[in-house]
Design a protein around this ligand. Structure first.
Ligand code: M6R
Length: 620
């Protein structure tokens, strides 16, 4: 949520900043802004709307400079207006800063600053930080006039962040320091890209592609003072810290759209490959198990685990629900799924033999990170199932499993979900084989897993059919999504996909729960999307479907090829290949992704940048 970029060095800062903002736009896209220091004065450009709009403004009214910062906003405090766009000036223009996060005690701080005579022009929490910093800098100059501006600015920043409650990633410039960029982090990600006599700063490493592969991940409570000649990191508790430079191996090139009109469609169609990547090198046919390189736990520790907690948000939470069924069925380990936003403040009894998995595409979701830290604090082995290499959660977890799905840019998560489910099947196989799962059963699972990319390829052949169905139903304003067992989380996920990108109300339910209340919603204007592939309880879910039909509700069914019964019962059917029940979410979720994509398009919505949302939710 909110993306920050910064630059100091020898090149034209605005060009890098603008490109970086485009790459970070998935983090927030209601407005964007940029600041540089020109001839001893900060110049700012700000514009509501997409980064494209800011680019237009910069064409007519360019910025110059070899140091600057930029910001793409997801509004938390204050309306989406030009004036509320970051960066924000402090004092009488002594400092300028861009902020990602939320300052929880800003009202109190603002009252103090107003009493001291500072004038606020925005409704943001961030402006408080800018004025506070300017205030401390002025104080510091009086207190230690013998210091140079860099020392005083550093002290001012240290004083300022001690007074802040909440989360921040900050990129800061001081008017007195034309070649010094300051950054600070608490709870919101910040990465420094190390170049040759130049440095880049961003909320994640994507803006560095084509500039540098060497990065330093800033940790919480750290500030960095960056100049073209070098940089220094200071930790609030331990002082100056030796930076650890990571060289990124595969700075991914596949964040371009290619021939696809939208990232979401591209990512849906990438699933055969992303699933293949989640499987690559992880299936050991001789031992009939899965192998993971980074769990960082001994076999003895793993065998002691007698309970698993999966924690996540949104789509990742739905994948976790599938994981619960898988881990209990194959590994026979009692598993619970917790919303990270709840777990972080709850105190459920958890024994020291409980293992926690944080599941996250971005690795930056604030609630998931906080829940993971809380579990770590209590001494549980805490692992991550994560897509984004080098993200905060990936770095802070005791160990984990990467999805290797490649960058997911569309706000609606698609390929990450099917990769998460794939990894959870591998995990169930791995833990199962350490316990009760037989060799033949392990071999069977491996065979089926290896066939999944192919099955998804076949599933994608339903695209034209889904398009037709979307045309028929795009005008409806309420949908129900129903499934049972492994397809109950798929129903939840299908409903979430439709809600978030087409703004159509949709509810996901276990099909049999309908009769306990929601069936009252059914009428001819409320279609039900039934996920009803073949399986042990197929006849039961058919009865649930008949109950809807009896009440005049239109039914769209997701069913297996060759299912003649469903063709007679449902109004419309999307056929998918038959796979084992525990693998079904990987295929049944695909037509639901496509359905929401096409309904959103037909309703004129921006599928990749739905209103009010951002790709990574780095605020609470
Ligand atoms: O990056 P994460 O997996 O932690 O994100 C969790 C949710 O914010 C995310 O899945 C969200 O629900 C998606 N927009 C759903 O499509």
């Amino acid at each position: 949520m909110c993306g920050i970029v910064g630059y100091v060095g020898h090149r034209d800062a605005p060009s890098f900043l603008l490109e970086g903002l485009h790459r970070l736009e998935y983090r927030g896209y209601d407005s964007a802004g940029m600041a540089t220091l020109e001839d001893g004065v900060f110049s700012l450009r700000k514009k509501t709307g997409r980064v494209l709009e800011l680019g237009g403004l910069l064409k007519t009214d360019p910025l110059k400079g070899t140091m600057g910062s930029g910001h793409t906003r997801w509004a938390t405090h204050g309306q989406v207006t030009d004036i509320n766009c970051h960066p924000h000036l402090g004092g009488d223009g002594e400092v300028v800063l861009a902020h990602n996060g939320v300052i929880e005690n800003y009202t109190k701080l603002k009252a103090k600053l107003v009493a001291l005579g500072y004038k606020f022009i925005t409704e943001t929490d961030t402006e408080v930080v800018a004025h506070l910093l300017a205030h401390h800098y002025r104080d510091q100059k009086k207190l230690t006039p013998e210091n140079g501006p860099k020392e005083n600015a550093t002290l001012a920043l240290e004083h300022t962040i001690l007074m802040l409650k909440g989360t921040y990633g900050l990129a800061i410039m001081f008017r007195d320091l034309p070649e010094t960029l300051f950054v600070a982090r608490q709870g919101s990600p910040l990465v420094i890209g190390v170049g040759d006599k130049e440095f880049f700063v961003a909320s994640d490493q994507t803006p560095f592609r084509g500039y540098t592969n060497d990065v330093v991940y800033l940790s919480d409570r750290e500030i960095a003072i960056i100049e073209p000649s070098g940089f220094e990191i200071i930790h609030r508790d331990t002082g100056v810290t030796a930076p650890s430079i990571t060289t990124l191996q595969n700075v991914s090139e596949d964040s371009d759209l290619g021939d696809y009109p939208h990232y979401m469609l591209k990512e849906i169609f990438e699933q055969p490959i992303s699933i293949e990547n989640a499987l690559r090198g992880r299936l050991d046919e001789d031992e009939a198990t899965a192998v993971f390189g980074g769990l960082n736990l001994t076999a003895q520790q793993l065998r002691r685990i007698d309970r698993i907690v999966l924690t996540a948000c949104g789509t990742s939470w739905h994948a976790a629900l599938v994981g619960e069924y898988l881990l209990e069925e194959f590994a026979r380990i009692p598993t619970e799924v917790e919303y990270a936003s709840e777990l972080r403040y709850r105190n459920p009894p958890m024994s020291d033999t409980t293992m926690v998995f944080a599941i996250t595409q971005s690795g930056e979701t604030a609630d998931t990170l906080a829940a993971m830290r809380e579990c770590k604090r209590k001494g549980h082995p805490t692992l991550a199932i994560c897509n984004t290499v080098g993200s905060t959660i990936a770095r802070e977890a005791d160990g984990g499993i990467y999805l290797h799905a490649g960058p997911e840019i569309g706000v609606a998560s698609t390929k990450a979900f099917t990769s998460q489910v794939t990894v959870l099947i591998e995990l169930a196989l791995f833990l199962g084989r350490m316990r009760h799962l037989s060799y033949p059963a392990g071999r069977r699972l491996i065979r089926q897993l290896k066939d999944m990319p192919n099955k998804v390829r076949q599933t994608l052949e339903c695209h034209d059919k889904v398009k037709q169905i979307a045309e028929k139903y795009a005008g409806f304003n309420n949908f129900l999504y129903l499934g049972r067992l492994y397809n109950f989380p798929v129903a939840l996920e299908g409903a979430l996909k439709l809600k978030e990108i087409s703004y159509v109300h949709a509810e996901g339910y276990p099909a049999a729960e309908m009769k306990h209340g929601p069936i009252a919603l059914v009428d001819e204007k409320t279609p039900s999307v039934f996920v009803v592939p073949q399986g042990g309880i197929y006849p039961k879910i058919i009865s649930n479907l008949e109950e809807i039909k009896a009440r005049g509700g239109p039914v769209i069914a997701i069913a297996c090829h060759g299912d003649e019964q469903i063709a007679k019962l449902a109004d419309d059917v999307i056929f998918v290949p038959e796979v084992e029940e525990y693998m079904q979410p990987i295929v049944t979720s695909v037509p639901l992704q496509l359905l929401s994509y096409h309904i959103a398009l037909l309703r004129g919505c921006n599928v990749d940048r739905p209103r009010n949302l951002a790709k990574s939710v780095t605020v609470e």
